[in-house]
Design a protein around this ligand. Structure first.
Ligand code: C5P
Length: 314
């Protein structure tokens, strides 16, 4: 092993995701919910850097880590999905898990943007390169699925249909570039709590029950047509009523986005991030400025997409 000089570093960019369609079925026997979802990777990235090391070490900096003023919600130990990704790949490849890992976080934690999943996918890609394990794409996707439902999409990026519990990912055609403003509200939401709340609301008849996840047809058609207005009318998220039930203040956030000129606004994944679709790039800049001033969001970011999944940077 070398001494970990900068030249040995493998750097991978990990994009956040939105769900532009999230159809949720009833709970399955394994406790997960069947999904028909459309993932959409956006230009808000964490960066995972892997260097040669003795044993495994993990350092986290930036958003939510407590290092740059964040509240420190991310553990830098073996419970972190990044650590588990490293051990899983090492075990599968039959190599020792020797690496120094650094995750520079920009994606907020527990925000419905799959930041932890993106970091785990990026770690698989970084360590595959660092260790020269040359895992087949299918094998990496299989390891990713074992780490979490959203992790395989982190490898694929772009726009993709997710089925099963979200781990079966098929890239789909998207004939355009879309501009969003992400409004990140104060406190994170727990994904299992939001799924549980949806089950409760459905059982109580407060939202319609379904036998199957709603298919993604309209959003897929809108993504092929390329116009922001078409996409705006097709956006949907079954978890939104559950996120709103747990965090009623999000209604105000959605309304603020619409009042500020968004074509549409929805809760991203299990929330609490609000994704507001802008008509174009200029519109996104204006919308971001407006939303930064309304006092509803902790952070406001203008992003674009689709962008590629976890890739080694040159
Ligand atoms: O797969 P992942 O570890 O990201 O899932 C976190 C939790 O979210 C699961 O334990 C489950 O409670 C919920 N979940 C679900 N159905 C899915 C995906 C996640 O109920 N399709």
């Amino acid at each position: 092993m070398s001494d970990g000089a900068a030249g040995d570093a493998v750097v991978v960019r990990a994009p956040a995701k939105l769900n532009v369609h999230l159809g949720v079925g009833p709970p399955r026997e394994d406790g997960f919910h069947g999904l028909a979802t459309v993932y959409f990777a956006v230009s808000l990235h964490d960066t995972v850097t892997a260097r040669p090391g003795e044993g495994l070490t993990l350092r986290l900096t930036g958003e939510g880590t407590g290092v740059a003023g964040g509240p420190g919600q991310v553990p830098a130990d073996r419970t972190n999905l990044v650590w588990r990704a490293a051990e899983l790949l090492a075990g599968a490849a039959g190599v020792r898990p020797d690496a120094e890992l650094h995750v520079a976080k920009s994606i907020p934690v527990a925000a419905g943007l799959a930041g932890g999943s993106a970091d785990a996918a990026a770690t698989l890609v970084a360590l595959d390169a660092l260790w020269g394990t040359r895992a087949a794409r299918e094998d990496l996707l299989g390891l990713a699925a074992r780490l979490g439902s959203d992790v395989p999409f982190g490898l694929v990026g772009g726009v993709a249909l997710g089925t099963g519990r979200g781990e079966q990912v098929t890239p789909v055609l998207a004939a355009g570039r879309w501009h969003w403003v992400l409004g990140i509200a104060g406190e994170g939401l727990s994904t299992p709590a939001v799924y549980g709340e949806l089950d409760r609301l459905r059982a109580g008849g407060r939202v319609p029950d379904v036998a199957e996840p709603t298919p993604a047809g309209p959003v897929l058609a809108a993504l092929r047509s390329g116009t922001a207005a078409d996409l705006a009318t097709a956006l949907s998220n079954d978890l939104q009523p559950a996120a709103l039930s747990l965090r009623p203040d999000l209604r105000r956030a959605l309304r603020a986005a619409q009042d500020a000129g968004a074509l549409a606004a929805l809760v991203s994944g299990s929330g609490p991030t609000v994704a507001a679709l802008a008509p174009d790039e200029q519109g996104a800049v204006r919308l971001a400025a407006e939303l930064a001033g309304v006092g509803v969001f902790r952070t406001v970011r203008a992003v674009t997409g689709p962008v590629p999944g976890a890739r080694v940077l040159p």
